[in-house]
Write a protein that binds this ligand. Structure first.
Ligand code: SF4
Length: 287
């Protein structure tokens, strides 16, 4: 199978030059590489997306997919994984989706180590609704809802995910397609919760191609020890998602092994194929 075989007939409506193109291409290439390496069966792959420009991934990828509500990608992804742990579950979400509306889902998925991968299209702006500030917009960002500039500091999703117990935390930039593809591949290969924060330029409402191109550097080339949580947190603090930093790390900040949520909840049981439980009896026994 070639990466182009995973495209659909849907007309692409992303703005020319949008960072989403590279994420979509990198994802298709990563899926094919994982299939070729025997680590993924395409019929076992489930992709979920939320609401926003990123969410069209569900339209453009020719795989099993589910369009969720705004900010709710993690919740159905967790349900899919619990219903059938043999599936490979990959959620795509925007920064508004993941770090705004659905933040608590994300924190708890990291805490629980649910065996899903989250790829975040983090452009620091609500592109689909024409340019409001989001949780990762820098202070002073003149969005549609804050014409005099955002009065807030951004959250740092890398530090937040490390604090929440995530067992795989990475960052990537669409300007380095090969690296982005490898981060998606590594995230999907990871056993447990994984997240890749992708610094995705929105050419229409927040064009960051130039800003990030001049600043990103590869953590792994620098010799970063991704098994060291404290070192990961130090690198996470190198840039706080505001302006300022001269150098911005991309790569795997942290990677660890821990029992997954589905292993703990199911203990080896496989819900798929079991008969429907007697709901009346369950309600009577527990309520
Ligand atoms: S509005 Fe921004 S994020 Fe949405 S498609 Fe256009 S460039 Fe991409």
């Amino acid at each position: 199978m070639r990466a182009s075989d995973l495209k659909t007939y849907a007309k692409n409506t992303w703005c020319p030059g949008c960072g989403n193109f590279a994420i979509e291409l990198a994802a298709r290439q990563a899926f094919v590489e994982l299939m070729e390496g025997g680590k993924l069966r395409i019929e076992n792959l489930v992709v979920l997306s939320g609401i926003g420009c990123h969410a069209k991934m569900s339209d453009y990828l020719r795989v099993n997919s589910f369009y969720s509500l705004h900010g709710r990608v993690v919740a159905p992804a967790t349900g899919v994984k619990l219903a059938n742990p043999e599936l490979t579950v990959v959620g795509f979400a925007g920064d508004g989706d993941a770090y705004g509306e659905g933040l608590e889902h994300l924190v708890f998925a990291a805490k629980r180590n649910v065996g899903i991968s989250m790829i975040i299209h983090d452009n620091g702006v609500y592109g689909l609704t024409t340019g409001q500030f989001t949780p990762t917009s820098p202070p002073g960002f003149p969005g549609k809802s804050t014409p005099r500039g955002s009065p807030e500091d951004p959250i740092n999703p890398i530090a937040l995910m490390l604090s929440s117990g995530a067992t795989f935390v990475a960052r990537a930039f669409p300007g380095n397609l090969q690296h982005l593809r490898s981060m998606i591949r590594e995230a999907i290969s990871h056993r447990g919760f994984s997240i890749v924060d992708v610094l995705q330029p929105c050419v229409t409402f927040r064009d960051t191609w130039d800003f990030f191109s001049k600043r990103v550097y590869d953590l792994q080339e620098r010799g970063h020890d991704s098994s060291n949580w404290e070192e990961a947190m130090d690198r996470a603090r190198e840039w706080d998602y505001g302006g300022g930093a001269e150098r911005i790390p991309i790569g795997i900040f942290y990677k660890a092994e821990r029992p997954t949520f589905e292993e703990r909840v199911l203990g080896g049981r496989r819900p798929r194929g079991l008969p429907m439980p007697n709901l009346e009896r369950i309600l009577k026994d527990h309520i």
